[in-house]
Design a protein around this ligand. Sequence first.
Ligand SMILES: Cc1cc2nc3c(=O)[nH]c(=O)nc-3n(C[C@H](O)[C@H](O)[C@H](O)COP(=O)(O)OP(=O)(O)OC[C@H]3O[C@@H](n4cnc5c(N)ncnc54)[C@H](O)[C@@H]3O)c2cc1C
Length: 465
Amino acid sequence: MSQTEHFDVVILGSGQGGKKLAWHLGHSGKKVAVVERRWVGGSCPAVACMPSKNELWSARVAHLVQNAAQFGTLAAAVKTDMRKVRSRKQDMIDREIEFHLNAYKSSHAELIMGSGRFMGPKIIEVALNDGGTRLLTGNEVVVNVGTHAAIPDIPGLEAVRPLTHIEVLELDYLPSHLIVLGGGYTGIEMAQAYRRFGSRVTIIEPGRQLMGREDADVAEEILGILTAEGIQILLDAQPVGVHGLSGDEITVTMRTAAGEQKVEGSDLLVAAGRIANTGDIALDKAGVALDARGFVHVNERLETTASGVWAIGECAGSPQFTHVSVDDFRIVRDNMAGGNRRTDDRLVPYVMFTDPPLARVGLSEGEAQRKGIPVRVATLPMSNVLRTEATDETQGFMKVVVSASDDRILGFTMIGSEAGEVMAAIQTAMLAELPYTKLRDAVITHLTIAEGFGPLFGNVPARAA
Ligand SMILES: Cc1cc2nc3c(=O)[nH]c(=O)nc-3n(C[C@H](O)[C@H](O)[C@H](O)COP(=O)(O)OP(=O)(O)OC[C@H]3O[C@@H](n4cnc5c(N)ncnc54)[C@H](O)[C@@H]3O)c2cc1C
């Protein structure tokens, strides 16, 4: 049995919040260990946000070149070199690894590469990647182990060796026909990218619309954009069987309203939700309870059911975004230091990085209806934003939800060029609790996308007397 090594804080998983906590505590003079089994900086820079956005950008370049003639540039036949797409992405990951290793070094937080599991309350055994084990204890322990892609229980699915986001980002060939199981954010982003690289693409979505959390008009607009690019989208299609081998030949059989249907393709990507990485770390030995879906049960201070054990990021059931995991870090940092910060009072924005992107912050119209919150809603097509006359980026719309009883902005959704950046301006106004009229009446630069705020907020119906 290895000898126990004691730390002020042990962090299990080098996720987005955990690593920042380690660096912060290390710089503050605490003795900190981070246990990471695979990715030096967690999933975001290795297999999720950053590599996917890197490849999406390559796909955007391909799309612009393919359509260059529309803007007066004549390009010869366009072809994607997937090996170059992949190596450009890998160069970025290598830079990220170097950055993370330097950050660990300069903070004096120790990064231990191996798989950790609890042996008791605040005791973690690490099976080192290089062989051997270490036994770590901490005054405090933080769990930041993230999630992995779910493989739904569909007959034959596992046997066809489907791609997840990890493998699809490693492809160095172009699938002739990529089938995507799941019409959520990740599936849609990758579907558009591969279509633009030159693959035939089919999305299979069991629900009645894409992106089940979004309003129907938002899902409809994205569906129109993807369909116009030649992506086949099958809604209300329940996969019941899969045959073949991804990378070779794939057949998906679906139950639809019109009866059983089959789609044949070359490669299969599964993007059908996430499962917490809590199954094999023996949290029960630490007294840490899980919720019904297997996520760590935490209170709004991110404390687990075991004293001195915290959880951060996706494994704690936090909204599945890097910026939320990073905010979880700030909450735990402050609460460890005796503060009282909470997760239930934050405004969480997000972006789906399609082209054009979808950005959303706060309440949607549908959520307001379901919660019985009286609201006023205004929309503005992007074709009414003057900048799009210059850029031809006329797809999409802005949609704002304003309180019916006062002039506070409760939510904003946008599909359109620069949607993420434009949303940040609205988010700032929401945080400052500005009445929408301030944005309606502001002098905003011509010829920007945000110039649309004038007509958008001008469309908000007057408050009922
Ligand atoms: C394809 C894709 C694209 C995405 N794009 C975006 C985006 O554009 N913007 C955005 O905000 N979010 C995006 N996300 C979500 C984002 O990646 C996550 O929300 C973010 O990484 C936060 O994760 P985390 O901190 O919970 O854990 P992670 O970053 O997943 O880190 C958990 C770490 O724990 C390690 N680990 C697990 N178990 C053990 C163990 N037993 N022992 C040791 N180590 C262990 C894992 O190896 C991993 O490195 C995307 C996700 C995917 C899949």
